[in-house]
Design a protein around this ligand. Structure first.
Ligand code: NAD
Ligand code: UD1
Length: 336
């Protein structure tokens, strides 16, 4: 089937994506420095699939290490997840974000060039739609950012576009993820953030399991049906499957292609709380708090390009997203 280098493959989305590739007969090589993940997730990928993962604990900014991987393996394509992703931290430490995400991608792209590898699928984000586009977000809308993390996504998309322009046989798919949640059905892999979670689902999960006391709902005066923020939550296994389709597309097409991976449906914070309560069987304590700086009222995808070009559509429901997240939380109350 082919050999795929997965950068950041020990992380939340990367680990689920490794499972989907391995189950379809691809060989997977993972590069991860474990700055935001644990080696245990590699063992669990192997446990789920019964397949071997070649794991390199290395930093993608280490040119010699990345080059050595391309020397040791005939890599057909790269799926590039590795990066720092905490928005608030990126505002505090902009250089660390530019250095890791941009420099790391630069080293990776150089190594690909030297090795003659011309296919990449990149983890972009709905954050590139910025604050001023109307929903639903369509791929041809202008991109922008409001924080250094978001700018790294905008800039890496630009780098990929420029490479495709200069090198017409190069192929780059930028997958713009909406809000990935949930976990693998086995309960063996899922989201395991360091410290207190910034994002809604891991926060709710930790309240549900008793690790945190109460959820703060950031604002109930938005222009949305119940006043709380609306997002397009997508099951991480659906998202992972989207990468298998994107690699097939990148193998068959040249050029730069941004593609949304979302469901096309908006869910409010309170709807999510109630869906999670149903999954875990008890109430989730919450209070209404002030708006969080930088948040927008509503974000959801126009998911038609993914269907048209990749033949991909989200299959899971809000119910299964919450059930799978809850199973992972119960089986791993202290993370991996
Ligand atoms: P994650 O932190 O779980 O995974 C990222 C992985 O990259 C981690 O395992 C980390 O150790 C590794 N890494 C970071 N810097 C590295 C470096 N210099 N060298 C080697 N490895 C390095 O995050 P995730 O949620 O799985 O996100 C994966 C990608 O998807 C990221 O690029 C993120 O920005 C993007 N994304 C995530 C979301 C989301 O909500 N989770 C949304 C949109 C986009
Ligand atoms: C996050 C990222 C953003 C990325 C997007 C899609 C942050 C700050 N932003 O934003 O860069 O593009 O995912 O992947 O991480 N909420 C609460 N209480 C909480 C946490 C969140 O009420 O404790 C609300 C938020 O106000 C929002 C919704 O829940 O309305 C979702 O929040 P979150 O999970 O952080 O995702 P995004 O805001 O979409």
């Amino acid at each position: 089937m082919g050999k795929i280098l997965v950068t950041g493959g020990a992380g939340f989305i990367g680990s689920h994506t490794c499972v989907e590739f391995l189950e379809r007969g691809y060989e997977v090589v993972v590069l991860d420095n474990l700055s935001n993940s644990k080696e245990e997730s590699i063992r669990r990928i192997e446990q789920i699939t019964g397949k071997h993962v070649k794991f390199y604990r290395a930093d993608m900014r280490d040119a010699a290490a990345v080059r050595a991987i391309f020397k040791a393996h005939p890599i057909d394509a790269v799926v590039h997840f590795a990066g720092l992703k905490a928005v608030g931290e990126s505002v505090e430490k902009p250089l660390a974000y530019y250095e890791n995400n941009l420099n790391g991608t630069f080293v990776l792209l150089n190594a690909m060039h030297e090795a003659g590898c011309k296919r990449i699928v990149f983890s972009s984000s709905a954050t590139v739609y910025g604050m001023h586009n109307p929903v639903p977000y369509v791929e041809n809308m202008p991109t922008s950012a409001t924080n250094p993390y978001g700018y790294t996504k905008v800039m890496i998309e630009q780098m990929l576009q420029d490479i495709c322009h200069a090198q017409p046989d190069f192929s780059a798919v930028a997958l713009r993820y909406f809000n990935p949640i949930g976990a693998h059905k086995s309960g063996l892999i899922g989201e395991d953030p360091n410290g207190i979670p910034n994002n809604l689902l891991p926060y709710i999960g930790q309240v549900a399991v008793g690790k945190l006391q109460q959820l703060s709902v950031f604002g109930d005066d938005y222009d949305t049906p119940d006043g709380t923020g609306v997002r397009d939550y997508i099951h991480v296994v659906d998202l992972a499957k989207g990468h298998v389709c994107a690699i097939a597309y990148a193998m068959a097409h040249e050029g730069f292609m941004p593609i949304n991976l979302g469901t096309g449906n908006g869910v409010s914070v309170l709807e999510m709380v109630h869906a999670y309560e149903k999954a875990c069987g008890h109430a989730i304590s919450y209070r209404i708090a002030p708006r969080r700086a930088g948040d927008i009222a509503t974000s959801y995808a126009d998911a038609s390009r993914a269907k048209e070009l990749l033949g991909w559509e989200a299959q899971e429901t809000l119910e299964t997203m919450c059930e799978d997240s809850w199973r992972f939380m119960q089986q791993n109350p202290n993370g991996l």
